[in-house]
Design a protein around this ligand. Structure first.
Ligand SMILES: C[S@@+](CC[C@H](N)C(=O)[O-])C[C@H]1O[C@@H](n2cnc3c(N)ncnc32)[C@H](O)[C@@H]1O
Length: 223
């Protein structure tokens, strides 16, 4: 993506927070905590390779480590500035920066993972199918997804409005996915899924930069 158009790189405050999260110096996000807990029973004892899809600062690594959950962690994010900050944070902590990879989910090919966490990421894509397909093509046996799931799919292509001065004309996707359609898609790929209430919003609508979000989870396991 042309960096001039990347909404994820147009808020100094957000980039600072991402770096602080990468350093584990910001409060743990409720969703990272719940994601780690949902993954815990799926991990097993063979240190599975886990993809954190749309990893931002790589803070999900800390949520897993804090709980003693042993995975071979890789984070992928398509924002160069975000990945550079996450890598710098990992370097400072003595962790391997190569764990954070720059790239788009749509281009994910040739990687193998056993597990994936897709937290707050699909909504910002034109459709959920392509990124999900690429993740499933990596061979995952289970994944947890937190997204804006509702009774129907609603495509929103709107300005963020909360970016630094001069960038608020930039539009992005703020989509809601039909929960049933997403589950059908997962079933078509051989995954049985279970909907789980989000602990933070508990079925309520949360406004995210002025757009309605019905955060909830799917836990999907290959049949
Ligand atoms: C709202 S942030 C969520 C970050 C993190 N998972 C969390 O929960 O805090 C969305 C992130 O996903 C990344 N992203 C969105 N779509 C992506 C895609 N198709 N491929 C790779 N990264 C993507 C963005 O660059 C951004 O850093």
């Amino acid at each position: 993506m042309n960096p001039a158009l990347n909404i994820w790189e147009k808020s100094r405050g957000l980039l600072d927070l991402i770096y602080a999260r990468g350093l584990d110096r910001a409060p743990e996000m409720d969703c990272a905590a719940q994601g780690a807990e949902l993954l815990a029973p799926l991990i097993g004892s063979n240190r599975p390779r886990l993809l954190d899809a749309g990893c931002a600062g790589g803070h999900f690594y800390h949520s897993l480590a804090r709980r003693g959950l042993k995975v071979d962690y890789y984070g992928l994010d398509s924002s160069p500035q975000t990945v550079a900050l996450a890598q710098a944070a990992f370097r400072t902590l003595g962790l391997e920066p190569r764990r954070l990879v720059l790239g788009a989910l749509a281009d994910l090919a040739g990687w193998k993972f056993e597990l994936a966490a897709v937290i707050n990421t699909l909504s910002f894509n034109p459709d959920f199918r392509e990124p999900l397909d690429r993740i499933l093509d990596c061979g995952v046996r289970a994944l947890v997804i937190r997204d804006n799931f509702g009774p129907q799919t609603v495509i929103r292509w709107e300005p963020d409005g909360y970016l630094d001065e001069g960038h608020n004309h930039l539009r992005g996707y703020w989509n809601q996915w039909s929960l049933a359609e997403t589950r059908e898609f997962l079933a078509s790929r051989g995954f049985q899924s279970q909907a789980v209430e989000d602990r933070r919003v508990r079925g309520q609508v949360e406004m995210v930069v002025g757009k309605p979000y019905r955060w909830s989870w799917l836990v999907a396991v290959r049949e």
